[in-house]
Design a binder for this molecule. Structure first.
Ligand code: MD6
Ligand code: FE
Length: 211
């Protein structure tokens, strides 16, 4: 085994069938810069829910399609409803990372056309949900975490299944595929980091084939 593969093998954790964690896999400085570039064009906004509430997480997108939710539900749109323009292009570095992470999880030919950007201030959580508005669930979802750590909860096939927790740190990449693609999951309220009091936020990117 050469050093490159040794490095990659060390980072990879197969947590369960279809749940793969790649520790510290993303270039955090580059990703942080690229996220801010995207948000300068398509800013973060609070999306609505079918219950008529606004979510506390704020959201934007890049790529051909962007996930958007409002009182009528969740759907993929080719234009940003805020700017009435196409979503910003998916940076090559994002696309390449998502494709190579999928390969690490054993999935070839992944070609994401959508990247959802979620932003969490301290204290904000995401409730248990399934991602099921994409057309073809045989493609994985590749998720990249940047900033403060999160506790990612996996509940399995029902909203109230037995919970398993995965800590997602700065630069970690999580792939949900196969039987786990439609598992219920959520994120516990983001906590401050005593050792890094200057950190106040978390970003999560999810790469998908929407259409
Ligand atoms: C988050 N992630 O980590 C929210 N969904 O902030 C998700 O909802 C998610 O990480 C599908 C697949 C992977 C994920
Ligand atoms: Fe999700």
């Amino acid at each position: 085994m050469n050093d490159l593969f040794a490095d990659q093998a060390e980072k990879k954790q197969s947590i369960d069938v279809g749940v793969t964690l790649l520790k510290g896999y993303a270039d955090t400085d580059l990703f942080t810069t690229l996220i801010h570039n995207i948000l300068s064009v398509s800013p973060l906004r609070h999306m609505g829910t079918t219950m008529g509430h606004n979510m506390r997480v704020t959201t934007s997108n890049c790529g051909e399609y962007g996930g958007n939710s409002d009182i009528n539900g969740y759907r993929y749109l080719a234009k940003d409803p805020l700017t009435h323009q196409s979503w910003p292009d998916m940076p090559d570095a994002f696309y390449k990372l998502a494709v190579s992470a999928a390969e690490q999880a054993g999935i070839l030919n992944f070609s994401p056309d959508s990247c959802l950007i979620n932003h969490y201030p301290i204290g904000v959580q995401m409730g248990s949900h399934q991602d099921k508005e994409e057309l073809d669930f045989s493609w994985p979802i590749v998720s990249v975490s940047i900033g403060l750590s999160a506790i990612f909860q996996i509940f399995g096939q029902t909203r109230s299944g037995v919970e398993r927790e995965i800590q997602l740190d700065h630069g970690d990449v999580l792939i949900l595929s196969g039987p786990a693609r439609l598992y219920y999951h959520g994120v516990k309220a983001i906590k401050p980091d005593k050792l890094q009091p200057n950190l106040t936020e978390r970003f999560n990117l999810t790469f998908r084939t929407a259409r």
